[in-house]
Design a protein around this ligand. Structure first.
Ligand code: SF4
Length: 234
C-alpha cells in the first residue's frame, strides 16, 4: 500500500478529499486547457486499435506506427484478411506485437460476429472483446462520450496518491476512490488533466512543487516545500 497522504492532508488542515477535489479540477483545467488523449485516430475503430496498441508503450510510439497501419487496415475485415504474422510486422514497433496482433484479430472477429462490425460504447460490451481489459475499455468508452469509469494509468495513480485522493496502489481500488469524489461529468476529463500535469509538473522522480498550482492543496507538496513559518514579532 502506498504511503497515505489522505490523513496527512487532514492533519495539515488542507481539507477533506471532497473539499479539495473541486479546486483541484478547476485549477488543472485552467492550467491544461488543451489536455486530451494524445493518441491520433479518425474513427471509433482507429481509437480502439490505438488504445490496444498503447499497452506497455508510449502514445508517441503508437502515433508513429498508426498512420501507415490505418491506411492499410480500414475495416475489421482488413485485419482478418492477412496472416497474423503480417499484422505482427506492421505493429512490431509498439512492442508485445504477438499478443497485440492476436488480440486485435480476435477483437475484429468479435466485432463482426456480435456488433455488426461497429465498436460498442459501453464498458460491459467493450470488455467482451479479446485483449480489451478494463483500462482499455475505460479509455475507449470515455472518448466515445460514455465514460463509465475513471482511467487509472501510471500518472493518475502517482498524482492521486501524492494529492491524498487515495491510499491504495491497486488501480481498481484507486478508481473506486476517485469515483467517490470526482463528479461524473468529469470522469472522462479528469485522467487527462492528471496525465498532462504528471508529464509537465508532477514528474515522477522530480516533481516541480514550488511552481505547482496545487501546492496549497497537496499533502506531498506541503512536505516537500514546507510553508514558511511566520516569525512572531514582539
Ligand atoms: Fe505534484 Fe508537488 Fe504539485 Fe503535489 S505540489 S501535485 S507533489 S508537483
Amino acid at each position: 500500500m502506498a504511503r497515505s497522504y489522505v490523513r496527512e492532508a487532514r492533519r495539515r488542515g488542507l481539507g477533506r478529499r471532497r473539499e479539495r477535489i473541486g479546486p483541484i479540477v478547476e485549477r488543472l483545467a485552467e492550467e491544461h486547457a488543451d489536455a486530451q488523449i494524445a493518441l491520433r485516430f479518425r474513427s471509433d475503430l482507429e481509437l480502439l486499435v490505438s488504445v490496444m496498441l498503447s499497452a506497455q508503450t508510449t502514445d508517441t510510439n503508437v502515433n508513429r506506427v498508426t498512420p501507415a497501419l490505418f491506411d492499410k487496415y480500414r475495416r475489421p475485415e482488413d485485419y482478418l484478411a492477412v496472416p497474423q504474422e503480417e499484422l505482427e510486422r506492421d505493429i512490431y514497433a509498439t512492442g508485445f506485437f504477438r499478443q497485440k496482433a492476436k488480440a486485435i484479430q480476435g477483437t475484429m472477429r468479435v466485432l463482426l460476429e456480435n456488433f455488426d462490425g461497429k465498436v460498442p460504447s459501453t464498458l460491459d460490451e467493450l470488455v467482451t472483446l479479446p485483449g480489451v481489459a478494463r483500462k482499455t475499455a475505460n479509455v475507449v468508452a470515455a472518448e466515445l462520450g460514455h465514460a463509465q469509469g475513471i482511467v487509472v494509468d501510471t500518472h493518475v495513480r502517482r498524482l492521486s496518491q501524492r494529492l491524498g485522493l487515495t491510499r491504495h496502489d491497486d488501480p481498481v481500488k484507486i478508481e473506486r476512490d476517485l469515483q467517490k469524489v470526482v463528479s461524473r461529468a468529469n470522469w472522462a476529463r479528469f485522467p487527462h488533466l492528471l496525465i498532462w500535469h504528471g508529464r509537465a509538473v508532477c514528474i515522477s522522480r522530480a516533481p516541480r512543487c514550488p511552481e505547482c498550482v496545487l501546492l496549497d492543496l497537496c499533502p506531498e507538496g506541503q512536505i516537500r516545500v514546507p510553508p514558511r513559518r511566520v516569525r512572531r514579532t514582539a
